[in-house]
Ligand binder design. Structure first.
Ligand code: ADP
Length: 619
């Protein structure tokens, strides 16, 4: 410690500067939230201390009455929020208050547009936290000492929120953190006991610790100071549920829905779980936080208890409080714990039911934000597969935009008479799926096909083979078999045409032997001359491309080229001699292109095409 300079000026990380700037401009209409954020941090700090003290009671330093204290001074125009929680060491102050350590921060800031209105809505997703003090304060001083360190290890941090801060070692007899806000000109109305109390009651009533308001020697506890989830539902207002959500989720927007239940029986626990109304910026970041806080008999144990929620529900936020787990439970123990397994499966049930009960409008929001993540559940959670399948929504040939969607139950209920399977096509984009040549016959016959274009969809259909007894069938795989949707007449006609073109198909196969597994006549096309399909048990072409682009080794499976005997190009090929091979290659290449594939030899394709065009124009 002797080596540390006593007073040092350090620069904020670039992102902090951006955040500060944005926040001051975007949150000025809701300034009072700074108090909520600081109280929330103080409460977390107390939770952490209580947890660490489970194994090291000395950390309490003979003061185990944890509380948050708020005072103000009209003369010096300051508000002070102090706690006797865990506190911070010098290094921790630098890491926590001078930088944003969340994973994905850079990417997040990269997405900001410079348009204040748009960016303001993004900022809520990020969680504003400590920096919100600068909305009302021209200068913020933070004095802190980590529990367990001696009194000379106090740290004083000071900043005007303009680009740098100073930090120095000071003496601090009591552990914990004190934040002193020097209010800006015009913010005097916060220097009022009544005002502060009403803000605390509004935003922080749910905080488990007593929040003490100190005024003229008098001290008064302002909040209810009991764990919100432990109160009975009838005593909790919608606003209180929402404020608690903002505290646990670090999200500024109200949640979409919540479920609050006490479970009794073999296991006893309370769960208070929320569906956010929008996805956090790091939903697809592997290191992103999971949302559940674990408590044991009201004592905070850990954040991000990933064992309590499966990956595909990682967006759920909230609290689980168990009566059965030991207080010294660790992440390792959680992994093996039967109690946790039971709690987890109970939580999953509740969450799926909560999603199912959303009204139509909220469901649209939910699906837009989290649908892609929920889809992972089909492969991940075998036991709940059917329940999850009911929650899925897809774009379809019977809808106009990718925003509209259909559930599998709706699809089944409007299947055509005689239709036995649920048809789908996968592609890399909505446009690719919608314009796939494989859909031509389905369009003609008015049969609905689901359009799947999320990356996760391939994984989904690989795991979901049927829904309510109906098989899911890719329209780009295997023989086209429309079952009872075709009439006898049609079938005979096709048989005849098929025989007529058998020879041609064989000949094309000869030209393309290196590229295709087979060439056959098809009736799935009405406009295109040819298309590619995968054998029923081979990997689909879209999946193959996805895996390759992810750098995975993929078993080589050649596609089947199907030709449309009603197309003039195919018909004229019967009589082609000299350029037969060129025509065959072009048919193959354009079939590959139209399903979103990439040509192995684009220059060869262009050369052949030009050759044929010249030949046709007679030059
Ligand atoms: P967040 O609370 O979302 O992590 P903040 O910017 O509010 O973001 O705080 C950053 C970090 O600073 C916290 O995660 C915590 O580690 C630390 N911190 C803030 N306030 C306190 C406090 N009162 N006591 C101890 N640590 C604190």
């Amino acid at each position: 410690m002797q080596n540390e300079p006593t007073r040092e000026t350090l620069g904020f990380q670039a992102e902090v500067k951006q955040l500060l700037n944005l926040m001051i401009h975007s949150l000025y209409s809701n300034k009072e939230i700074f108090l909520r954020e600081l109280v929330s941090n103080a409460s977390d700090a107390a939770d952490k201390l209580r947890f660490e003290a489970l194994t090291d009671a000395a950390l309490f330093e003979e003061d185990s009455d944890l509380r948050i204290r708020i005072s103000f001074d009209k003369e010096s125009r300051t508000i002070t929020i102090s706690d006797n929680g865990i506190g911070m060491s010098r290094q921790e102050v630098i890491e926590n208050i001078g930088t944003i350590a969340k994973s994905g921060t850079k990417e997040f800031f990269g997405r900001l547009t410079g348009d204040q209105a748009k960016d303001a809505s993004l900022i809520g997703q990020f969680g504003v936290g400590f920096y919100s003090s600068f909305i009302v304060a021209e200068k913020v001083v933070l004095v802190t000492r980590r529990a367990g360190l001696t009194r000379e290890h106090g740290v004083r941090w000071e900043s005007k929120g303009e680009g740098d801060y100073t930090i120095e070692m000071v003496e601090k007899p009591s552990r914990g953190t004190e934040v002193i806000l020097h209010l800006r000109e015009g913010e005097e109305d916060f220097l009022d006991a009544w005002r502060i109390k009403s803000i605390i009651r509004k935003y922080s009533d749910h905080i488990q610790l007593p929040i003490v308001m100190a005024e003229d020697e008098k001290e008064e506890v302002v909040n209810q100071a009991s764990a919100l989830w432990a109160r009975s539902k009838s005593e909790i207002t919608q606003e209180q549920y929402e404020e608690f959500y903002k505290h646990v989720a670090h999200d500024n927007e109200p949640p979409l829905a919540h479920v609050h239940a006490r479970v009794e029986g073999k296991q006893e626990y309370t769960q208070l779980l929320y569906l956010p109304s929008r996805a956090p910026f790091d939903l697809f970041d592997r290191e992103s936080r999971h949302g559940i806080k674990l408590y044991v008999r009201r004592v905070f144990i850990m954040d991000d208890a990933e064992q309590l929620m499966p990956q595909y529900l990682r967006f759920v936020r909230g609290v689980v409080d168990s009566n059965d787990l030991p207080l010294n439970v660790s992440r390792e123990i959680l992994q093996e714990s039967k109690t946790i397994e039971a709690i987890r499966s109970g939580c999953v049930k509740k969450v799926l039911a909560m999603i199912e009960e959303l009204d139509a409008e909220k469901y649209i929001t939910f699906w837009k934000e989290f649908g892609r993540v929920l889809k992972e559940g089909i492969g991940e959670d075998y036991a709940n597969r059917e329940k999850i399948a009911k929650l899925l929504r897809f774009a379809s040939t019977h809808l106009d935009t990718p925003e509209e969607s259909v559930s599998l139950s709706d699809y089944v209920s409007r299947m055509k008479e005689g239709q036995e399977k649920i048809y789908f096509v996968t592609a890399e984009s909505f446009a690719g799926a919608k314009n796939s040549p494989h859909l031509e016959i389905f369009r003609k016959k008015g049969i609905e096909v689901l359009l799947l274009s999320d990356r996760v969809d391939e994984w989904l259909v690989a795991n979901l083979h049927e829904f309510e007894g109906r098989q899911l069938q890719s329209v780009a795989k295997g023989d086209l078999d429309l079952g009872k949707l075709e009439d006898e007449e049609e079938r005979k006609e096709q048989q005849k045409e098929g025989d007529e073109y058998k020879e041609l198909a064989e000949k094309i196969k000869g030209s393309l032997s290196e590229k295709v597994k087979d060439v056959r006549v098809t009736f799935r096309l009405t406009e295109s001359p040819a298309c590619l399909v995968a054998d029923q048990h081979d990997m689909g072409m879209n999946l193959e491309r996805l895996l390759k682009s992810a750098g995975q080794k993929v078993p080589v499976s050649k596609p089947i080229l199907e030709i449309n005997p009603h197309h003039p190009i195919v018909q004229s090929l019967k009589y082609e001699e000299d350029r037969f091979s060129d025509w065959s290659h072009i048919l193959f290449d354009q079939a590959l292109l139209s399903e979103g594939g990439q040509l192995e030899d684009p220059a060869g394709f262009v050369k052949r095409l030009n050759g044929l065009m010249l030949a046709l124009s007679g030059r």
